[in-house]
Design a protein around this ligand. Sequence first.
Ligand code: SF4
Length: 329
Amino acid sequence: MTEPKPVWKRWHDEADPIRVGISSCLLGNQVRHDGGHKHDRYLTDVLGPWFEWVPVCPEVEIGLGTPRPTIRLETADPRPRLVMPSTGDDLTQRMEDWSAARLSELRRHELDGFVLKKGSPSCGMERVRAYSSGGQPARNGVGVFARSLMAQWPTLPVEEEGRLNDPALREGFIERVFCRHRWRGLLRRGGRRGELVAFHTAHKMIIRAHNEAGYRRLGRLVAAAGTMSDDRLLEAYERELFGSLSHRATPKRHANVLYHALGYLKREIDAVDKREAVEVIEDYRNGLVPLVVPVTLLRHHVRRHPVPYLAGQLYLEPHPKELMLRNRV
Ligand code: SF4
């Protein structure tokens, strides 16, 4: 029997690379203030074969050069400033203007995600040191480029390399990146309503694993598609979809989705197989086995009994198995 094509591959357009923006120093480029880099091997060696990286170094690109004096965030009202302490220069406006222009350019070329360098006053997405006059810096700042990126492009999956060490955050981010790539494909093909319905159907279980309320809102949106213009529909769907996927998929939510899937097999598998599946789902919920175990068992049953709804669910294979993302969540 020939192996069926993995579900993610059926949706994947190989002619269009998955393009992900990245803080340039994470690729090993020597762009840091001291002339060094922060090469992250997981990004280049494991994700590199799947992604086309689009490197961005905000500090070099605004003309600060390498090496350069250090810069930092300083607390101010209404928001922290980007300051070079050795000269007293305030670089905030310069960085904000450059970020707006660079982001417009990146949006024209499209991206599927962005990986930022943690802790940087330009690139850090959270908990960046913000200095006040005297006293300890508070770890509550956001890098100036990162702030613009997240404000101007709220549906883009964004993560820091440090947070990607958390297996659940890593799986969630890469799942969203692949999802955005499929979404871009749909838009490129014209975003027709029939295709949106197929897209939504294939993503149902993935969305439910992240946010049940968002899943219901998306369902209502698709059902009401005829009452609004295509542009409004696609914009609202994209916002709601990526908002829903940014919620953490907990073991409890995954278990609910797995039971939901098992319900579709109730007439197809016998009592012994059902009992085994329930046991495996409960083992997963209780932290005894990783998610890959119940999902693999389910996929096995779906191969033998191809219930069309389940056979088309991206949840069963949302990204390449070689990435082994569900082996530790
Ligand atoms: S953290 Fe950002 S600004 Fe700093 S060196 Fe890396 S890419 Fe450049």
